[in-house]
Design a binder for this molecule. Sequence first.
Ligand SMILES: CC(=O)N[C@H]1[C@@H](OP(=O)(O)O)O[C@H](CO)[C@@H](O)[C@@H]1O
Ligand SMILES: [Mg+2]
Length: 553
Amino acid sequence: MQLELLESLFDKTCKTKNYTYTYGTAGFRDKAAVLDTVMFTTGIIASLRSMSHQGKAVGVMITASHNPPMDNGVKIIEPDGSMLSQSWESLATNLANITANENFLKSIEFIKNLIISLNIDSNIIPSIVVGMDSRESSPRLMNCLLSTLSPIFNAKIINHNMLTTPQLHFLTAYQNENCNIIPAEKITVNQYDTNFQTAFNDLLKLYEIKNFNNCFNNLIVDCANGIGAPQFENFIKGLPQSNLIKFINNNYKHPDTLNNSCGADFVKTQQKLPAGVNDDPSLLTDSNLYCSFDGDADRIIFYYIDQTNKFHLLDGDKIATLFAKFLKKLLLLANLNDIKLGIVQTAYANGSSTTYVSNTLNVPVSCTKTGVKHLHHEAQTAYDIGIYFEANGHGTILFSNNFYSKVQSCLEITKDESITKACKTLLAFSKVINQTVGDAIADLLGVVATLLISEMKPYQWDQQYTDLPNLLSKVIVPDRNVFKTTDQERKLTSPPGLQNKMDTLINKIEMGRAFVRASGTEDAVRIYCEGKNAEDVKKLSKDIEALIMAEVN
Ligand SMILES: CC(=O)N[C@H]1[C@@H](OP(=O)(O)O)O[C@H](CO)[C@@H](O)[C@@H]1O
Ligand SMILES: [Mg+2]
C-alpha cells in the first residue's frame, strides 16, 4: 500500500481545499464543482471497507438522485448490496475533511490509524465495483474516485459505467455471491436484466397471464431524463406485452434536462403530471397507468387520471399497502400465520395510510427517521416480510430466512392446490423484488404483477384509502443545522420554543399534523403538513414557514 503517493495523486485530479463535507441522508451530496476531494477520499474509504471484508467487492455509485443537474454525490455499497454501515459514515466524513483542510501527512496518519484500530490486514487486495448516473459531471468525478485505487491499493476494479443505483447494488451483491462460479469481469448489467425478467415472467406464468389490458391500456414511464431511460428501455426487451410501455422524459443524453419538471420527486411534491405527458394527447387517457422514476431510478411513484382528467397519485404509501394486502392474503391462503408481515414508514407517510394499515389491514406498522438506511434496518430486524417505503416511492420488501424456510416446508408437505399456489406465488414474488435496495424497475414489476394477479385497475388500487390533504415544502435558511429533532424527526428540540409555537397552530386544524426537519440532501429545511381540509393545510404550511423565517432572521 503506497500511501506516500497520496499528495501527487490528489494534485493530478483534484483541487478543492478548505471545504467542509457532510454525510447526508444518502451519502455525500453537493454542487458537483466541489466534490472532487470527497470522491478521491471515498475511493480510499471504499478500498479500506473492502479490505475489512477480506477483499469482498464494495460498490461505489456516483449520483445525486433527484437533485438538480449541477449537483452530484456518492454513496458506498456494502458487499451484501446494502448501504454503507453507519459506523463508517463518520470515518468517510473525517477523511474527506482532513484531506480538504489539513496537510497530507494528517490524511496518511488517519488512514494508518484506521487500519490499526479496525485490525485491517493491509496485504488484502480490495475489490471495488463502480457506476455512475447520466450527469455531465459524473465522468470527471469518476476519475477522481478511481485515481487512488490502482496506484495505492492495487485494487481490482469493475467499472459498470452508466447504470441505475439499484442495478449497482444488485450487481455488487451478485458478484460476491457468485465469486466462485462467475469471474467478476464477466458480470454485466445483463445478469441484472435476466434475473428480474425471468422472475417476472415466472410469476405471471403461475397465473397464465398473457394480456395486461385487464389492468391498463398503456403503461407510461417518465424516466426523469435520467439513467433509468436507457436501462429500462433495454430491460423491457425481455418482457411480454412490452409494446404497451411508452416512454416520456427519456432524454438522458441531455443531462441539463434531468429532473426538470419531471421525475418522481417533481410529481410527488407538485402533485401533478410531469412535463411530456401533455405533448402527446394520445397518452392522456383514464385507462392508462403512469409512473415516474427519479434521476437514478431507485424510486418510483404511480398515478392515473380519471374521466374528468383529474390527477390521482399512487405514492410510496400506496405501493406499500398494495403489496401488504396482496402478501397478507397469500399468507392467509397458505395458513402461514407465523410469518410476521409488517410495514415500515417515515413521518412523511400520509396519516390515512397509517390508519388503514393498522385498522383495516391489521398489519403492524413502524415509523423510522427519513432515509432508506433506517427503514431497511427496521424492516430487516422487525419482520419476516418487511415492506418499507418512503412516501416518495423509495422502498422495497425484505424477506427473512425464516420466511423462506417456512414457505419451503409448507410447500413440501401440503397436498392442497391453493396452498401450493400461494406458496409458489410468495416465492416467485420475492424474486421479482430487489432486496438490496429500493428499485424503480423491480418495484414496477412487483406493482404490475400484483395488479394483474389481483385483476385490479389503478382506480381500484387507489380505493384502499383516501389520502389526507397534505403539503411538502421547503425553505432556505442561513443554517439548517440549528434544526434538531427527536421522536423519529416528528418533533423539534431546537431552535428552542419553535415546536410549542407550531403545536399551537397544528392544534387549531382538524386532524392536523405537521413537522419540520433539516434536509439531509439539500441546503433547506422541509415542512410537512396534513389535515382534513386542503385550505387549512395550505394555511398551516404558510404559518409554519412564517414562524421559521421569524426564528432565523
Ligand atoms: C422528504 C423526502 O422525500 N426526503 C428524501 C430526501 O431526503 P432529505 O433528507 O429529506 O433531503 O432524499 C433522500 C435520498 O433520496 C430520501 O431518502 C428522502 O426520503
Ligand atoms: Mg434516487
